[in-house]
Design a protein around this ligand. Sequence first.
Ligand SMILES: Cc1ncc(COP(=O)(O)O)c(C=O)c1O
Ligand SMILES: [Zn+2]
Length: 405
Amino acid sequence: MVNPDGYPDYCLRCIECGKEYDIEDIYLCKCGGLLEVYIRGADISFKLDGNLEGVWKYGSLLPVKTNPVTLKEGSTPLYRCRRIEEMLKNAGVNVSVYVKHEGANPSGSFKDRGMTVGVTKAIELGKKAVACASTGNTSASMAMYAAKAGIRAYVLLPAGKVALGKVAQALMHGARVIGIKGNFDQALAIVREICSSEGFYLLNSVNPFRLEGQKTIAFEVVDEIGVPDRVILPVGNAGNISAIYKGFKELERFGLTESIPKMCGIQAEGANPVYRAVKSKKEDIEPVLNPETIATAIRIGQPVNARKAIRAIYESNGVAEQVSDEEIIEAQKLLASKEGIGVEPASAASVAGLFKLAGKGVIENGERIVCITTGHLLKDPETVINICGKPVEVEASVEAVRSAL
Ligand SMILES: Cc1ncc(COP(=O)(O)O)c(C=O)c1O
Ligand SMILES: [Zn+2]
């Protein structure tokens, strides 16, 4: 069987020197530049008709030729957030706000969109094992899809710095989980070497096929509401912002849309290399050596996709912003208690960023804005208990409960 919607004519292309490759089992150009999948041509068989059917609805723009390894990822809800709109209106900013909740994917994060394509590519290339470094969600998702595909999964994590729910997922789905006494950036450097010596397929976002799955976030947004004016999302290793931008660009290139939203990347103050680079109008980052933030998913000091992400921001007339841990927690609480959307801390950075940008006068009245919330509340229960405290305990009697109401 094959990709049910057919597949496009594509190659891998270097974002630095433009060299094209028809081989697929590589992650970087000979010049050291990042690769992206370049779709040369496609017979687009889907319609942007508001009917979401998951990632593989867009199979005619996805570069795999085999039967997909799928857990029915995608089709995530896009919520209109009237209470947040009201708050912004009271501050003088009149906009429409939507939240696309990627926490509703099978493993609870947007990574599933990438993994359905990445693990399918691993099978297509005949790989027997996949591997990644992870701040948690990548490992949970990769382990899940590797289980579905029936191949081995190896995971490197920064020991003690990964939210509990994510480790639990990777373990239960059967991955070999190894904690290193170091940070994510070090874990990634190690796993890259291990993959090349052991022949494992690397499924970090330096893998261009994984990002192809993630571009379907853009497709779904357009499917439901057309092209928004602005997309705001958290940035860690900077793959997702690059992927979503690519999705919008492709729709425009194939004549399905006529504009591109401003791509706005939000980082935590303690892990902000992309923010710093954009602020000083540079094309590349200077690494943050000891990244720190409560939002462990984006605790990354040396994002591999920084050059792609920074281009996405410049080319779309977007911005980069930073938010404090306090602002992240406030936004997490707001989403959960006023909109009914339960997200993990990193995801809340998008909404914290929205308020920050509104406060700075960056956002114009009338804009339609989509914030991407990348992971589910249950990923990080420990942080939640630290923020909210434990439930009160009382005697098992009606009077005791009544007095505790
Ligand atoms: C919940 C969550 N949000 C945001 C990110 C950052 O995404 P990216 O690394 O593609 O920038 C991650 C990455 O692990 C994540 O798990
Ligand atoms: Zn090159």
